[in-house]
Design a protein around this ligand. Structure first.
Ligand code: ZN
Length: 365
């Protein structure tokens, strides 16, 4: 049995091989169809046991340097968003023995903020983003647009790479232990497989952008959009994600075919002094799928724009920090409703955004 599972595992590592978990279940029968409780328990164990951070080399094209911990958000901005005890708010998904995963708003010291990741070597960490960190951001500048997008792509690619590495190690460990439950292995394979795909597809995006960077041809692959909101939005976001639907309910990504690359939307929110830069971009070759979101965002007045931004943000984005002062303006009820929306839309993107309940910008005047 273990040999057969090993064989499937190897097949799953091959991007040209298309097999779904449903097929594995059909092949191996009810052994794999455990209760949701058991699945929750296992998921919890996996995440608990997978906290180590794999060593990576620098993600700058062709650099082999050792990656150091770099902030995906400038320190000065982080300090500005923090409270007097130097804490910021991040939404964290929690896995529990008993329930489905849930989300909570956690106060995190700015030294430990989870937007930090070992993605670049010392030299590239300071050199690559110098242009947008030391100079005033120019929303008309293609290079600035590019760097903001590239940073989100690096972070997402890193997350998928490190998750894949972790689950691959765990699965190999489980396979080396002949007493491991077959069901455990099947779930591990499923998770490893999904991270493998996420890693491959985000690698593809990064490779395209690496070429734009080296050629200094910043809009060769990406289409850029953005605006300056004349208000300070007390949050920072740098995220590449795969929206399931556009604002009119048209499907963008369905993930049914693992051989089909997902369509990626890149969104960054960078507050500065009394205004906020909102940058978004997509791959030119994915315009037919994502063009609608672009047009919608371009066409809205400032107020509606914030609603749509709030929806995108809570539904799909990761890698953001919020000011605790701002978060505490919401009632406990509102806080739970937003966290619930943030969490539940992960498994069910059809849940409707309600501007009265889920507007993260409610207190922006
Ligand atoms: Zn480097």
């Amino acid at each position: 049995m273990i040999n057969e599972i090993k064989r499937i595992f190897e097949l799953l590592q091959n991007p040209d091989f298309n097999i779904s978990i449903e097929e594995i279940r059909q092949k191996y029968g009810d052994t794999y169809l455990k209760s949701q409780d058991e699945i929750n328990k296992l998921t919890y164990e996996f995440y608990k046991n997978s906290k180590f951070i794999p060593k990576m080399t620098c993600m700058y094209p062709n650099c082999k340097g050792n990656a150091i911990n770099s902030h995906s958000i400038q320190k000065a901005l982080l300090t500005r968003l923090a409270d007097e005890t130097n804490h910021i708010i991040m939404f964290i998904k929690e896995f529990s023995h008993k329930n489905r995963p849930s989300a909570k708003a956690e106060r995190i010291g700015i030294e430990k903020d989870a937007t930090t990741f070992p993605g670049l070597c010392n030299f590239h960490d300071s050199q690559l983003f110098e242009e947008i960190e030391k100079k005033v951001i120019d929303i008309e500048d293609l290079y600035h647009h590019f760097l903001v997008s590239y940073r989100a792509v690096l972070k997402e690619n890193y997350s998928k790479k490190s998750s894949h590495q972790r689950f691959k190690n765990l699965t190999e460990y489980a396979l080396s232990n002949p007493t491991t439950d077959e069901f455990v292995i099947s779930i591990m394979i499923a998770i490893t497989r999904s991270y493998f795909l996420g890693m491959s597809y985000t690698n593809d995006v990064k490779t395209l952008l690496d070429t734009s960077l080296l050629d200094k041809n910043y809009d060769s692959e990406l289409l850029f959009g953005g605006r300056i909101t004349p208000k300070f939005l007390p949050l920072y976001l740098s995220s590449m994600f795969t929206p399931s639907y556009d604002f009119d309910g048209v499907n963008i990504n369905n993930f049914n075919n693992p051989n089909e690359s997902p369509n990626y939307f890149i969104l960054s929110i960078l507050p500065a002094n009394s205004q906020t830069y909102v940058f978004y971009s997509m791959l030119k070759k994915q315009e037919s799928k994502l063009g609608n979101i672009f047009q919608k965002l371009e066409s809205l007045n400032d107020e509606d724009f914030l609603h749509y931004l709030s929806e995108l943000f809570l539904k799909y984005a990761e890698n953001f920090v919020l000011s605790p002062y701002y978060w505490d303006k919401f009632s406990e009820d509102k806080k739970s409703l937003m966290l619930k929306f943030f969490n539940d839309t992960t498994h069910n993107p059809k849940i409707k955004y309600n501007p009265k309940l889920h507007n993260i910008f409610e207190f922006i005047e």
